[in-house]
Design a binder for this molecule. Structure first.
Ligand code: NAP
Length: 298
C-alpha cells in the first residue's frame, strides 16, 4: 500500500471553523476509542451526541464527561445493528437539531481473541460493522449541513480490512474496480456469509486474520470509496476511513501499542481538519509517529 505521512499538527490551533453550534455524533461511545473521541471533540467545544446501545452505560459515560466540565455532551440510545433504532435516532436528531456536521461511525464488534479466528458471529459482525454505518449514513443524509465547512463522515475501520488482505482474485477485482457499487459490496458480503454457511470460507481466499471482522471492515472501507465518489460531486461532504491502530481497549483485551486517548486525538484532528485541507475517499491509519497518521488511497 503506497502511503505518506499526513501532518495534522497545525489543524486544531489555526483555522478553527467550528463553534458550539457545530454538531458531532459518535456511535458506540460509552467506552474505548468512541468515548475518548467524544471527550476530545467536547474539549474542542463542539456539541457532541454520545450514542450507545445500552442506556445505562451511555448515561454513565455522559455523566463522567459532565463531571469533567464538558457541558455540551448529550446522550441518545442507538443500536447500530437494529434498523428500527437507527430510524428512531434519525427522527430524534431531526427534531432536536437543524443540521449535522460530523458523523463518526465508531461502533463495532469483534468476537475474536487476539490470536484466534472464528466466523461464528459473521452475521452479527456484518450487521453491526458494515450495515450499521451504512444505514445510519442513509438515515442522516437529509440533515447533512450543506455549507463550506463540509459535513464529515469518519468511518473507523481497520488495516485488517484492506484489499491487499484478500487472496480471492475475483473478490479483489470487484473491490478494486473504479466502478465498484453498493450492490457489489453487498454481493461480496453475501458471498462471504454463504461461504461461512457452507463451511468453505477457509479455502475461499478471505482475509486470514480475524476473518469475519476483516470482511466487515473491507466492506466499510470500500463503501467509504463509493460514497466519496458519489458525494464528491456535491463538494460539501467528505468521507474518509481511519484505522486507529492496535489500541488498548476491550476489543483487544487491553492489549495494544497506545491508549484510546492517543488514537482519539488523531481521530479528532482528522474530523476537525479545515475544509481546504480535508480530503475525501482516503484511508488514514496509525503511523510509527505518535500523532501523525499515514494516508493512502482506498
Ligand atoms: N482497539 C483496536 O486495536 C482497534 C484497531 C482497529 C480498529 N478499531 C476500531 O475502533 C472502533 C472502536 O473500537 P474499540 O477498540 O474502542 O472497541 P470497544 O472498546 O470494544 O468499543 C466498541 C464500542 O462499540 C459499541 N457497540 C458494539 N455494538 C454496538 C451496537 N450494535 N450499537 C451501538 N454500539 C455498539 C460498544 O458498546 P458496548 O459497551 O455496549 O459493547 C462499545 O461502546 C471500532 O470500530 C473498532 O473496529 C479498533
Amino acid at each position: 500500500m503506497d502511503s505518506k505521512e499526513f501532518d495534522l499538527s497545525s489543524s486544531l490551533s489555526s483555522h478553527r471553523w467550528w463553534s458550539k453550534n457545530t454538531v458531532a455524533i459518535v456511535t458506540g461511545a460509552n467506552k474505548g476509542i468512541g468515548f475518548a473521541l467524544v471527550r476530545k471533540l467536547a474539549q474542542s467545544e463542539l456539541t457532541v451526541v454520545l450514542t450507545a446501545r445500552d442506556e445505562v452505560r451511555g448515561l454513565k459515560a455522559v455523566e463522567t464527561l459532565r463531571n469533567e466540565g464538558l457541558g455540551h455532551v448529550l446522550f441518545r440510545r442507538l443500536d447500530v445493528s437494529d434498523p428500527d433504532s437507527i430510524v428512531a435516532f434519525a427522527a430524534w436528531f431531526a427534531s432536536n437539531f437543524q443540521a449535522l456536521d460530523i458523523l463518526v461511525n465508531n461502533a463495532a464488534v469483534s468476537f475474536n481473541d487476539i490470536y484466534e479466528n472464528s466466523v461464528e458471529n459473521a452475521e452479527t459482525v456484518m450487521k453491526t460493522n458494515f450495515y450499521g454505518p451504512k444505514l445510519l449514513i442513509e438515515a442522516l443524509f437529509p440533515y447533512f449541513r450543506s455549507s463550506s465547512s463540509k459535513t464529515r463522515i469518519l468511518n473507523i475501520t481497520s488495516r485488517l480490512g484492506t484489499v491487499d488482505k484478500v487472496r480471492n482474485i475475483k473478490v479483489k477485482e470487484i473491490l478494486e474496480s473504479e466502478d465498484v457499487s453498493e450492490e457489489d459490496i453487498e454481493g461480496v458480503v453475501n458471498a462471504f456469509l454463504e461461504d461461512v454457511k457452507t463451511g468453505t470460507w477457509k479455502k475461499a481466499g478471505w482475509p486470514a486474520l480475524w476473518t469475519e471482522y476483516a470482511v466487515s471492515k473491507l466492506a466499510l472501507n470500500t463503501y467509504t470509496r463509493v460514497l466519496a465518489k458519489r458525494y464528491g460531486a456535491y463538494g460539501s461532504v467528505s468521507v474518509n476511513s481511519f484505522c486507529p491502530g492496535f489500541t488498548q481497549t476491550s476489543m483487544t483485551g487491553g492489549k495494544g501499542t497506545h491508549t484510546a486517548d492517543a488514537a482519539a486525538l488523531v481521530g479528532c484532528r482528522l474530523a476537525l481538519l479545515p475544509s481546504h485541507r480535508l480530503p475525501t475517499g482516503q484511508f488514514f491509519f496509525w503511523g510509527p509517529n505518535y500523532t501523525i497518521p499515514r494516508k493512502s488511497k482506498l
